[in-house]
Design a protein around this ligand. Structure first.
Ligand code: C2O
Ligand code: CU
Ligand code: CU
Length: 514
């Protein structure tokens, strides 16, 4: 499998660019991203140098991914049909861009099911190259996880099936082929998977899909002059683009017809880290994170999301106003040269909310949302340590034939993850939702009080997480854990774990090249 950029290239890139920075030396900390839209900066159209992109004219109505209608099989199983294929999209007027998408040119439809329902997804691959489809954040058997061990050959169909059994939230799906995740996702293969349940359904929250409950899938791109996607431009964290595409729309506005609107934010970028908030500094209520709703809404003015992280927020608007969702420079916890190269100085205008003159009433967000019962530390049977180093974890890069961690079904574990590198990383675990116990020994902010499947890891910090491996023992098929900066993942910053029955030992069946 060819890697997008070799480790040596990557390192020289990081060092070389560091030198460039020292020479330029013009971006004072906290100033380079500029507080306004930065349209006047000499941006040269290149996000990777940490310059704020030109201001956005919000001229296209935000596309909303359609809800995919399932067929209902005789036994009640919801059967969804997804086809990965190539296509073409006019992101910028007059320029055609070659893209990939599910059931369409770009991105995929929203899948939706209730807790307790059994689903089957028939995934067809019409791409002309091997891909996979991973259900990010989903609790399901390893054989249906859609990681690198479940390749779908060109022309083939893969039909995973499982019973949805986790709290209401917005998960997502994206390809996960060995060494190719960044490319496949960047070209447009990504979609939301919304889970509903009774607890969430009983709360008075905005829930009219596409009206006051709106998916916001954010990606960054660079377009070549001929309109094609630039896939070459990599910094030390991966690909950073200068143009935001939201649900596939460049320069989007969303007509708002109610007093409150719920946004389901998904960072579907391959490397960029966003810090979402509103341009006028108003606060919103954070109601949910990766794996479910929070115990109580949290009033916030910003929410930072690294690739694959999600957040649900509710914002109130006034009749007739226009309000801009913005991404301000994220707090990466990195040294300045790296910060700049990792996009940590960049500001983006994401989306304009256009409130109508008459707004339908929306209830206040309930003060109590859901009960979140995290596993308790005293139940943990083991603490494992993970050192995130130079494109490897615990000194190894990804090997599909090696089991790095063997856990036992129905046990609780603490994983202690340290970023020993100067670069930003993140940590994602398949199969489970975890709780963040501490960051460098401190209790995490209330924004991390809910279920998470991906957590940002600043350099030289240690994050402790706890999780329970409740179901689905399979000695033959591993799940993945990895950095979710997709280039890092592709370069090998990934390991494999199996869930065993007591007394079993792992025995991987070789599902790929042997
Ligand atoms: Cu979002 Cu291993 O994946
Ligand atoms: Cu995942
Ligand atoms: Cu990383």
């Amino acid at each position: 499998m060819s890697k997008v950029v070799s480790r040596r290239e990557l390192l020289s890139l990081a060092t070389g660019a560091g030198l460039t920075l020292a020479v330029h030396g013009c971006a004072a900390p906290g100033n380079g991203g500029s507080e306004d839209n930065g349209g006047s900066e000499d941006n040269g159209g290149n996000g990777k140098n940490g310059k704020a992109p030109a201001s956005v004219a919000f001229e296209q109505r935000l596309a909303v991914p359609p809800l995919l209608q399932p067929k209902v099989a005789a036994d009640g199983t919801l059967v969804f049909d997804l086809t990965a294929r190539s296509g073409e999209r006019e992101f910028v007027a007059g320029r055609r861009t070659g893209t990939w998408g599910f059931n369409g040119d770009y991105l995929g439809p929203t899948l939706r099911a209730r807790r307790g329902q059994t689903v089957r997804i028939d995934v067809h691959n019409e791409l002309g190259e091997t891909t996979t489809v991973h259900w990010h954040g989903m609790h399901l058997p390893a054989a249906y996880d859609g990681g690198p061990h479940q390749p779908i050959e060109p022309g083939a169909t893969w039909s995973p099936t499982w019973r949805i059994d986790q709290p209401a939230t917005a998960l997502w799906y994206h390809p996960h082929p060995h060494g190719q995740t960044q490319k496949h996702t960047y070209r447009g293969l990504a979609g939301l998977f919304v889970i509903d349940d009774e607890v969430e359904g009983a709360l008075d929250l905005p829930r009219r899909y596409g009206i006051d409950d709106v998916p916001i899938i954010v990606q960054d791109k660079n377009f070549e002059d001929d309109g094609s996607l630039d896939e070459k431009d990599h910094g030390p964290t991966g690909f950073l683009g200068d143009t935001l595409v939201v649900n596939g729309t460049v320069g989007p506005y969303l007509p708002v017809t109610s007093q409150r609107v719920r946004l389901r934010l998904l960072n579907a970028s391959t490397a960029r880290i966003y810090n979402f908030g509103f341009a006028d500094g108003r606060s919103f209520e954070l109601i949910g994170t990766d794996g479910g709703l929070l115990p109580t809404p949290i009033e916030a003015t910003g929410i930072q999301l690294s690739p694959a992280e999600r957040a649900q927020i509710v914002v109130a608007v006034k009749p007739g106003e226009r309000l801009v969702l913005r991404s301000s420079p994220p707090e990466l916890g990195t040294e300045h040269g790296i910060t700049r190269l990792a996009g940590g100085l960049d500001t983006f205008e994401v989306l304009e909310l256009r409130a109508g003159r008459q707004l339908t009433p929306s209830a206040q967000v309930p003060r109590r949302l859901v009960e979140v019962r995290h596993p308790s530390e005293s139940d943990a049977v083991t603490t494992r340590t993970f050192r995130m180093g130079d494109m490897e974890i615990n000194g190894h890069d990804m090997d599909m034939d090696r089991v790095d961690v063997a856990t036992t079904i129905d046990t609780t574990e603490i994983w202690e993850i340290t970023n020993q590198n100067e670069l930003p990383h993140s940590f994602h675990v398949h199969d489970v939702q975890f709780a963040v116990l501490t960051i460098d020994g401190q209790k995490p902010s209330p924004q991390l009080a809910g279920w998470k499947d991906t957590v940002y890891l600043p350099p030289q910090r240690t994050v402790r997480i706890i999780m329970h491996f409740r179901d689905y023992a399979d000695r033959t098929m591993p799940y993945m854990y990895h950095c979710h900066l997709m280039m890092h993942e592709d370069l090998g910053m990934m390991g494999q774990f199996v869930v065993l029955r007591p007394g079993e030992s792992p025995q991987l069946t070789c599902s790929h090249h042997c």
